[in-house]
Design a protein around this ligand. Structure first.
Ligand code: SF4
Length: 233
């Protein structure tokens, strides 16, 4: 990425403060707990559920919703709303002693298309996805460094469809560049994916059936049609 792209967009939190210079923590527990801070890149509410549940006891978690790969505006809004819905309900649950904060990156789908669009015909898991992970993790690392987080991670590894080795390699590279620790947590392990499905159901969250970009939506649609044709035979 060029240095030009390192200019921070305004980040917003759900308590409606807009700031560029300090972390927005929706609670005042950080000082009291002394836990290390963690900026958790999140792709959507359902995936974030089990990741937050796993990390919140040991870290002051701030969810970073940064997904320019969700090219359709309505889909983006739907996922964003569900992310916020989960965090609000989690924070308001009296049986949970932890709270998480929320931050949002800019949503520039054109930037995603510019970087990843040349691989639009590749199947999911190919070069396009590597660039997509890279784009999102670089921004997360950069934001974590700028706002003095102790570490960063991503919910992407909760998906059984994503290559965590590739994600870890990208995370390590950006950790090096931005000098902030990358937590290599494979969230799908220890039944993490199963737990995310359970929690998404419990909180009534919208769970999409495609990864995020229009190319993945097209692929999912093709899969559906093939399956349908198979069952019609
Ligand atoms: S399929 Fe998913 S990971 Fe791959 S480019 Fe599209 S949104 Fe990104």
């Amino acid at each position: 990425m060029t240095s030009e792209k390192k200019a921070m967009p305004l980040e917003k939190c759900i308590c409606d403060k807009t700031r560029t210079d300090s972390r927005c923590i929706m609670n005042d527990k950080e000082e009291q707990t002394g836990k290390p801070s963690l900026l958790m890149h999140s792709c959507c509410g359902p995936c974030s559920t089990a990741c937050i549940e796993r990390m919140a006891p040991d870290y002051e978690v701030t969810v970073f919703f940064y997904n320019p790969n969700i090219t359709d505006e309505d889909e983006y809004k739907k996922r964003r709303e569900n992310q916020i819905k989960f965090i609000k309900e989690y924070n308001e649950d009296p049986s949970i002693p932890y709270k998480v904060a929320y931050m949002e990156g800019d949503h520039d789908a054109d930037e995603f298309i510019e970087i990843c669009g040349r691989y639009c015909d590749e199947p999911e898991g190919g070069k396009r996805c590597g660039l997509c992970f890279d784009m999102r993790l670089e921004k997360t690392a950069m934001t974590a460094a700028l706002l003095n987080f102790d570490s960063f991670t991503t919910t992407l590894t909760v998906s059984p469809h994503k290559d965590q080795k590739a994600i870890f390699a990208i995370g390590r590279r950006h950790a090096d560049t931005y000098q902030v620790e990358f937590l290599e947590e494979d969230f799908k392990k220890r039944d993490g994916f199963k737990r995310s499905v359970e929690l998404a159901k419990k909180y009534g969250l919208y769970r999409q059936d495609f990864c995020g970009c229009e190319y993945s939506r097209r692929e999912a649609e093709e899969r559906r049609q093939k399956k349908q044709k198979g069952t019609e035979k």
